[in-house]
Write a protein that binds this ligand. Sequence first.
Ligand SMILES: Nc1nc2c(c(=O)[nH]1)N[C@H]1C(S)=C(S)[C@@H](COP(=O)(O)OP(=O)(O)OC[C@H]3O[C@@H](n4cnc5c(=O)[nH]c(N)nc54)[C@H](O)[C@@H]3O)O[C@H]1N2
Ligand SMILES: Nc1nc2c(c(=O)[nH]1)N[C@H]1C(S)=C(S)[C@@H](COP(=O)(O)OP(=O)(O)OC[C@H]3O[C@@H](n4cnc5c(=O)[nH]c(N)nc54)[C@H](O)[C@@H]3O)O[C@H]1N2
Ligand code: SF4
Ligand SMILES: [Mo]
Length: 715
Amino acid sequence: MSQTESPLRVVHTVCSHDCPDSCAVLVSVDAGGRAQKIAGDPSHAVTRGFLCGKVARYLDRVYSPDRLLYPMRRRAGVAKGPLPAGREAESFERIFWDEALDTIAERLAAIAKQHGPESILPYSYAGTIGVLGYGSMDRRFFHRLGASQLDRTICATAGGDAFLSVYGRKLGTDTEQFHRARLIIAWGANIHGNSVHLWPQIEEARRAGARLIVIDPYQTRTAKLADWHIAIHPGTDAALALGMMHVIFAEGLEDRAYIDQHTIGAKELAIRAGEYTPERVAALTGMTADEVRALAREYATTKPAAIRLNYGIQRSEHGGTAARAVCMLPLITGAWKHLGGGVQLSTSGAFRFNAQALERPDLMYSSPLGRVARVVNMSRLGHALTELSDPPVKAFFVYNSNPAAIAPNQNAVLRGMARPDLFTVVHEQFWTDTADYADVVLPATTFLEHTDIQGAYGHYHVQLSDQAIAPIGEARSNVWLFGQLGQRIGFTEACFRDTEQDMLTQVLSDEKHETHPQMHGITLDQLRTQHSVRLRWAGEPEAPFQPFADGGFGTPSGKGELFSAALAEQGLDPLPSFKPAKESRHTADRAYPLEFLPRKADNYMNSTFANVASHQKMESAHTGRLEIHPDDAAHRGIQEGDAVDVFNDRGRIRLVAQIHTGVPAGVVASRLNWNKLSPNGTNVNQLTSERLTDIGRGPTFYSTLVEVARASHVG
Ligand SMILES: Nc1nc2c(c(=O)[nH]1)N[C@H]1C(S)=C(S)[C@@H](COP(=O)(O)OP(=O)(O)OC[C@H]3O[C@@H](n4cnc5c(=O)[nH]c(N)nc54)[C@H](O)[C@@H]3O)O[C@H]1N2
Ligand SMILES: Nc1nc2c(c(=O)[nH]1)N[C@H]1C(S)=C(S)[C@@H](COP(=O)(O)OP(=O)(O)OC[C@H]3O[C@@H](n4cnc5c(=O)[nH]c(N)nc54)[C@H](O)[C@@H]3O)O[C@H]1N2
Ligand code: SF4
Ligand SMILES: [Mo]
């Protein structure tokens, strides 16, 4: 059929999954309103016409027969806990939205009255990173209620706060300029698996002679494709970065002019780096001293040199410090001066949406509390649900998240969620592990089924995501849900009647754009016609945006801070240093000698997609496997394909041994999955702890010690 005859209507949407790439997604919809095709927008500078393997098959997920279609209530007498996959609904009964909303509003009001509103805990993360879906009407609702505030630390606060301590603004090397780099270091960043739209840039750079170095204990897809893979010991990145600085300063490879003009603390840092000789660093990281020297020299002398630091290294106990140390490298070599050089952790700080208007934190003062509510750290959910008092958590409202699978110290989390006295609401697209614990389950829309606006943490484009299809079943968006609940519970403020369209206008109506001039003049009308608008960086297109090339720091000193007085004030070390994690090879005892990497799956998005058959197929070679080095396997009499138990004081999971050298000796790895789809009904987070990072209060998934034994050897 030629294009003119085609009955398909193309709708511009944006992938709202928690990924740096925020792809422009074209959805072709037929005359009956059904999406027939999904594709990356070829005209988008970063998406470049392709989608990752996960979202290329997105229609399998949208039209999955397993979608939640209507509100449901737990049947009387059915205990909370894991339900058999595919038969969950038997434990629930269908109710109408009206009844669901009234029930929830009544219960929340009663709980707030009896135990105080802070006994209500919202729990959400990045099921959608659309601005409205991530946090808008939901925040208004919980603020006005006086509910506990959630500290959303589960992913990025350690690295984020670390980056801010050095730069004061979360900006990074533009993804679209990476092709100019002649050295690219993927540092704790699985680019090919987790943010694949940077890959074409890397390929282009390599065609022009660039080298790719990957620093990652695990042989990722990205590492397999690298010129040099440095399989560093987990949690030792700060030592390596300091060792590189040692060599750079000792050999005079630093950029004095840049340092003098744009940084403070270089003298103190050079003294600190002096303690990290290549020999010492080699012993800590598992590299040789010559490799440390070679890396430092190549990094300092290749121009432009770009570091893609993703969130991998900050998921360990001293991950904040590690991220700080790595982020400082381009300040020392002046790599920011070269277009395509620098470091990218996140670009999210470039966007400014009107959070005050969207989230209305002022509503806390109109709540029965009349003050700012307490803050509960989402990375310590087990503690919050089982130990918190004054008041204890009595209502738990989950959306945009699957905490039963993704939160650390899972045994405590599940014990808490199983409490019969806890009233739990779960707004979801699928019957997740978390939904198994709900009193009321509500159906949620996917990004094809609602409207939203989005920035990105891996590029510099604002995009409008139009609704492509009608909601499946009775699914409703987050905005709709919390607006309705606000009205039902009797909140009279007009903001609870705002529609998504009203909120799109509010988002862009920020008077504080003087701090973010690149957002100035971007309008909804423009987004409606162009769908994606690049931030309006001064000087473009003639002079492409180059963060920190000539200042622009947001720190207290206005400089790049190699020494942080602000951290010193908090009682922290103002300079980076290496400290071993409490759970690491440096501290391990005989009981639990192996470092465990509870990784993300290349074909899922955290726990999302784990229940979709086409995605399970792509991931099948890794599902339920424990990757273990031949030496560690031999030591324990483990052979390829053996059932093994992986355990520590917190939990135990059963996996199948996969023996290979893609994991170093002393390290074992497995991947995140839904509990109920895992061999013994539990996933890797059985083994992780609620210990928090040194900076940013984040989780420490990658600082976990375990032991492994053949299953038959264990009683
Ligand atoms: N396919 C896929 N894509 C995703 C996701 C997914 O689950 N699947 N998740 C999305 C989300 S939420 C995020 S936050 C981003 C995160 O993207 P990344 O930051 O890339 O996240 P991770 O996979 O946690 O970590 C990256 C790498 O760090 C390595 N690593 C672990 N410990 C250390 C260490 O101590 N030192 C060093 N140098 N490396 C270490 C891991 O082995 C891993 O390969 O990806 C997003 N994209
Ligand atoms: N062991 C281990 N644990 C980890 C990690 C790891 O690497 N290893 N990674 C951590 C990281 S980086 C992150 S970001 C977290 C992620 O943790 P979560 O943010 O909980 O991510 P997902 O597991 O993807 O679950 C998101 C859920 O939101 C639902 N959802 C999607 N869109 C919507 C919507 O519009 N409305 C509603 N109501 N629901 C929606 C999806 O169906 C999905 O079930 O996990 C963390 N946990
Ligand atoms: S998950 Fe990431 S790479 Fe895949 S389509 Fe979405 S934004 Fe693009
Ligand atoms: Mo994340």
